[in-house]
Design a protein around this ligand. Sequence first.
Ligand code: CP3
Length: 354
Amino acid sequence: TPTVTPAPVRNDAVRESAFLKACRREPVPHTPVWFMRQAGRSLPEYRKVREGIAMLDSCMRPDLVTEITLQPVRRHHVDAAIYFSDIVVPLKAIGIDLDIKPGIGPVVEQPVRTRADLARLRDLTPEDVSYVTEAIGMLTRELGSTPLIGFAGAPFTLASYLIEGGPSRTYENAKAMMYGDPELWADLLDRLADITAAFLKVQIEAGASAVQLFDSWAGALAPADYRRSVLASSTKVFDAVAGYGVPRIHFGVGTGELLKPMSEAGADVVGADWRVPLDEAARRVGPGKAIQGNLDPTVLFAGREAVETKAQEVLDSAAGLEGHIFNLGHGVMPNTDADALTRLVEYVHTRTAR
Ligand code: CP3
């Protein structure tokens, strides 16, 4: 682990926020809440400012990033902001020809399939993403006592887009490389770990108070394959930012069977989706880590009573935990009613007020 200077904490109020206390497994005034994809199409004010601006272009405009990141904080009173960007932004920044297609996701013009293709993955420098540093500077001035979460895609999930060339249900090309050419696979994930670590460092040094590593699609793997072929690269990312002392969160969808190996990668907080009750998730993760999750995002379509019943189930399953951060089990879906989210934040805050 490299020694680095601890990241500057913006102010005492941020340090003592419910979100950062929960990450550190300290007593909290209320259970903190934020939502993956809290900024986005569920908000009319988001749709308005994004009109006519492509997703990746919006990520490179500090004024827009600042406004979009603040929108859910203003509206829902969530306990943390998450930096508005996308997991493919650092790949775009090093010159990979990719786009984010509306309703589809990231699409890579020339997929990475051979050893020669690895040469296209050069190191990321802070200058490549100077707009990130600028946006976080603007954001931290606006956020006051609200912590800012930085994020990046984990090597496996980034590799899945690079190798498949876009979203996939089966990951057949990615898995073909993983099983068939383990040396090339390991070298690719190691390259991506360096790029991801560099991207997280930029965000922390600019003022992010925590970071989340999204290994969204790791749930496609068996635990033994995760350990053999993925764990080392995600561990490298977490090790690279350990010295800053900012909490590190690790999350993937459908990772119930991977919670143990994923937690070995080194995060301080482990997220679970709705398929695993949080008390069981905590057992699988083991001691010393906070737990984040895990309301099924589709519950928000079911009406107020159902939302409260299911949110209470999440709170009950987390009652014995040291360190719980309330979240959805995956991102907010685009058609979600924004008011249902605001009411959910209020419900969790009220029910857990101590
Ligand atoms: O509020 C936040 O959570 C911050 C914003 C955020 C975005 N992408 C913005 C975005 C975050 C944290 C991400 C991460 C991301 N991107 C992940 C990991 C999280 C997860 O959902 O598992 C993944 C797998 C991606 C790749 C990606 N980018 C997908 C699958 C999509 C959806 C495609 C679509 O149109 O439905 C994107 C595009 C994207 N990233 C949008 C947003 C708001 C939608 C595009 C738009 O609004 O025009």
